[in-house]
Write a protein of this length. Structure first.
Length: 311
């Protein structure tokens, strides 16, 4: 129940305004986990949780974050049956996570049969910002909140390859045209008209430009600005690098049906090599030393929060 003064005012908003410290770190409810095989995954999970919590304590004591509640939760998907909240981080397994949420919610029998378009454009899953303030506040307090993250440079290169190296009816005309127009000298007519063929170096120039010709996009936005991990206390932090075991452990934690396993298939462009550290190295060769440093600086908080090794 909300305290009396919160029912009569918009004070759930102020709960997030000017917060210096994250809420207390609550123990995970592990009563539904069966067997000893999850011991190592669980131990890693506890380390990640306390690392992020300690980081946020230090970070937030220096920096006061002022953000509107509805904006804070705009990337969070709700699954009411199993009482879970998932903050979507693109290029870190999000398509398959949304498939799993649809199965958990009874909207599909199997994750394997759900198409990419159905996942991203089907409007089957509700987001947390679609609820009223009390609904948002109650779910943030009562539900198990989880997030899956990825090495920032791998995520960035993966996004570039997906959106700019394959035909795309949105990213080429919207981002591609603007990027080529501003950063390519003597661009030919076809490139200016289609926006196809953006080079990685041009994409990085756009990313680092404080006067970008077109805004940011969730596929390369920092996780710190997508999911606000120092204001929303995530109960579970999964990593793309250990996606399958983290995901299947999480499904145990929330009491998912025994036969539901996290899908192993690659969502799109399945014949492409996965974006690995080696693939990232090849792309970063195109950049100057200064551009490499500035790109790292751009994702500096994500590196720190989730304890990723600097490249």
């Amino acid at each position: 129940q909300l305290p009396e003064q919160q029912k009569t005012s918009e004070s759930p908003l102020s709960w997030f305004r000017g917060v210096y410290l994250p809420p207390a770190l609550h123990p995970l409810n592990k009563t539904l986990v069966k067997g000893n095989k999850w011991k190592d995954v669980d131990s890693t999970q506890e380390k990640r949780r306390s690392f992020l919590h300690d980081f946020c304590k230090k970070y937030n004591s220096r920096k006061k974050l002022q953000t509107h509640l509805v904006h804070l939760v705009s990337r969070i998907y709700v699954e009411d049956r199993h009482k879970v909240l998932y903050c979507e981080v693109p290029k870190a397994g999000c398509s398959n996570w949304k498939r799993v949420l649809m199965v958990l919610n009874g909207l599909a029998a199997s994750a394997r049969n759900i198409s990419h378009d159905d996942v991203h454009y089907g409007k089957h899953l509700r987001k947390l910002d679609s609820y009223d303030l009390k609904g948002i506040y109650t779910r943030l307090n009562m539900y198990t909140k989880f997030i899956f993250v990825r090495d920032p440079m791998e995520r960035l290169v993966s996004a570039f390859r997906d959106k700019f190296e394959h035909p795309n009816s949105y990213y080429h005309p919207v981002f591609g045209k603007a990027i080529i127009k501003k950063y390519r000298h003597n661009a030919d007519e076809e490139a200016l008209n289609t926006g196809s063929g953006v080079k990685f170096k041009e994409f990085i120039q756009y990313l680092l430009d404080s006067h970008r010709p077109v805004g940011m996009d969730i596929h390369w936005e920092q996780v710190s600005k997508l999911c606000y991990p120092c204001l929303i206390n995530y109960d579970f932090i999964g990593k793309f690098e250990t996606l399958e075991e983290d995901a299947n452990y999480f499904l145990q934690l929330v009491g998912a049906p025994a036969d539901l396993k996290f899908p192993e298939f690659k969502d799109r462009h399945s014949s492409d090599e996965r974006t690995s550290a080696e693939v990232v190295r090849q792309y970063f060769k195109e950049l100057s030393e200064e551009e490499r440093q500035l790109t790292y600086d751009f994702y500096y908080l994500d590196y720190l929060m989730f304890n990723y090794t600097s490249p």
